[in-house]
Design a protein around this ligand. Sequence first.
Ligand code: SF4
Length: 329
Amino acid sequence: MQHKKSTDFSLINPFQEKRYNAYSVYLKDHYGQRVQKVTVDAGFTCPNRDGTVASGGCTYCNNESFNPGYNSAAKTIRQQVAEGIEFLRRRYGTEKYFVYFQPYSNTYASLDRLKRCYEEALSIPGVIGLTIGTRPDCIDEEKLHYLEELAKTHEITIEYGLESFLDDTLRKINRGHDFQSFLDALELTRGRGLKICTHIILGFPWEKKSDWLTEAAVLSELPIDFLKIHQLHIVRNTVMEKQYNEGKLRLLTYKEYLDVIVSFLERLSRRIIIQRLGGVAPPHMLIAPKWGKRYPEMLKSIDDMLEERDTWQGKLYHIPENQGPVSSE
Ligand code: SF4
């Protein structure tokens, strides 16, 4: 008797539009349309700069490298959001927006001040939620409880910068917190109806490809909804600029980065939604690597390599025995 061959779903690309779980698809599924982030600079600082944790900041950090032209803490949040919406509406025809509190640590202030900032942003027509970028050591029960209330009526994402899961790296880049501090923040945040996003950097010269593949497996087991990945690049006026000029840092080539990203995605749980797979600093800020690629070109190269290798996010991901995928909800 002949048995019908059972289908092994791990060998079929489960995604429709991309070979990874793309944020753009998540947004369309949830909101039926494109949703854009409008970045604001609310004038916060960071404990890794003001002397509370350290004073030099992270060795790669220069917040000017990702601030769009309309952002300035000298303007009100309302004004920045209005200018951002005007720009995005003209460019993409969008009608719904998340206000993205991006530069520095956007939960590093009194709860009263945070409430004023967040509620001003949420009161603007078209704004349906917030993304709040911060450090894992800048959150507490009281702030999370407040965000939990906001999340009952809006999509609230809290974005914890991690950068690397290796304590040795966190020390070398002067992050001022360790991996356990990140795990503690996740534990405090999960189960509140908030979305959790994490940001990592791939390409620290002393880390190896095997570290990044392990990192994919480790992150897969954590209650993270969204992930942003960025190549290590060197921007002006940073400690790393000096280290790079002294010949101490070897950066990944474009081809190496594509290989690392594709191999990383293969080992990452399909549950995790990808918000970013690289970044481009303004030309006047960027020291290296000068790949000469715009972000859409990078995405196209990643799509092509996934296709060539006939692979996709999670193809090599294995859920440990007796453990289902973890969600932050
Ligand atoms: S990267 Fe973030 S945590 Fe590090 S110094 Fe810059 S603002 Fe502070």
